[in-house]
Design a protein around this ligand. Structure first.
Ligand SMILES: Nc1ncnc2c1ncn2[C@@H]1O[C@H](COP(=O)(O)OP(=O)(O)O)[C@@H](O)[C@H]1O
Ligand SMILES: [Mg+2]
Length: 260
């Protein structure tokens, strides 16, 4: 095979196979990252340790999706624009590294729009600015445990008509909010948990040092992906859940009168 044909087939392989695509970006995916790239699940939660590579591999997935689909709309959302932009920047760096295989119409700090009409947009963590998008094919929520429930429930309908996919990625942040609720209660999600010990790039020496520096509570959360009781909680989550009873009438009726 001559060099041009080889290059053509190598490009073609990268365009259909996201693992080859990741390698062409210099990233040899860990086994769980590989599974993610090959997964077709519509709802995925990545509960992974800090620095395990969740933002990187989601950025690869997002770019592969936009390059290989027509009119794809990828939204990157987090608790603030600065945080969303971290992941968005990874996407644009990869895109440039590849030599812009599909040319762009718009390429700025918030939007990458390609000539195949696919768009990747970085969004601020504000409900008002986020509403208004529809036909979303991939919704990515980075550091999801820090994103408000209001924002999460306001963006979910964007996927309704398009049957788009959603990926939540985060380390836990206490037993609260939608990230904990979806992880612990909802069967609709593919759930992936990767602790720091499972990450080949994080050394045991570093982790020992972190355990001492952070203390058990933070260490378990940041590196072992445990949903710890909130530090200031007086009752545990399980105690509160088990004490809720449908047999007890609320103290006040809807009109404000005492419910006796
Ligand atoms: N499979 C991989 N091979 C090599 N380096 C990787 C891989 N996955 C992630 N990294 C690197 O690890 C570091 C942390 O990745 P990042 O995606 O920011 O982690 P997280 O979002 O989980 O905190 C980055 O420098 C990234 O380039
Ligand atoms: Mg990250």
């Amino acid at each position: 095979m001559n060099d041009i044909r080889k290059a053509f087939f190598a490009d073609l392989a990268a365009s259909v196979d996201p693992v080859t695509f990741a390698r062409s970006l210099g990233i040899d995916p860990d086994p769980w990252q590989r599974d993610l790239l090959l997964s077709t699940d519509a709802r995925i939660i990545l509960n992974c340790a800090r620095q395990s590579g969740k933002s990187t591999i989601t950025a690869v997935l997002a770019l592969h999706h936009a390059l290989n689909n027509f009119e794809a709309l990828v939204l990157v959302l987090s608790r603030s624009l600065r945080q969303s932009s971290e992941l968005f920047k990874k996407i644009t760096w990869f895109y440039r590294d590849l030599g812009r295989p599909v040319p762009s119409d718009i390429e700025n700090a918030l939007t990458l729009q390609l000539v195949n009409k696919s768009r990747i947009v970085s969004l601020p963590g504000k409900e008002q600015t986020v509403r208004g998008f529809s036909g979303v094919s991939l919704l990515i929520i980075d550091e999801a445990a820090q994103v408000s429930d209001e924002l999460y429930y306001s963006v979910r309908p964007m996927l309704a008509v398009s049957q788009g996919r959603m990926i939540l990625l985060s380390t836990p942040f206490g037993k609260r909010g939608f990230f904990f609720k979806e992880w612990s209660e909802s069967p609709a999600w593919k759930k992936v948990k990767i602790t720091a010990e499972q990450c080949p790039r994080i050394s045991t020496d570093f982790l020992e040092e972190e355990r001492v520096a952070l203390g058990e509570w933070w260490y378990r959360q940041e590196y072992e992906c445990e949903f710890s009781e909130n530090v200031d909680a007086y009752f545990s989550y399980e105690e509160i859940r088990d004490s809720i009873s449908a047999d007890v009438k609320p103290l006040f009726a809807p009109d404000g009168s005492l419910n006796v």
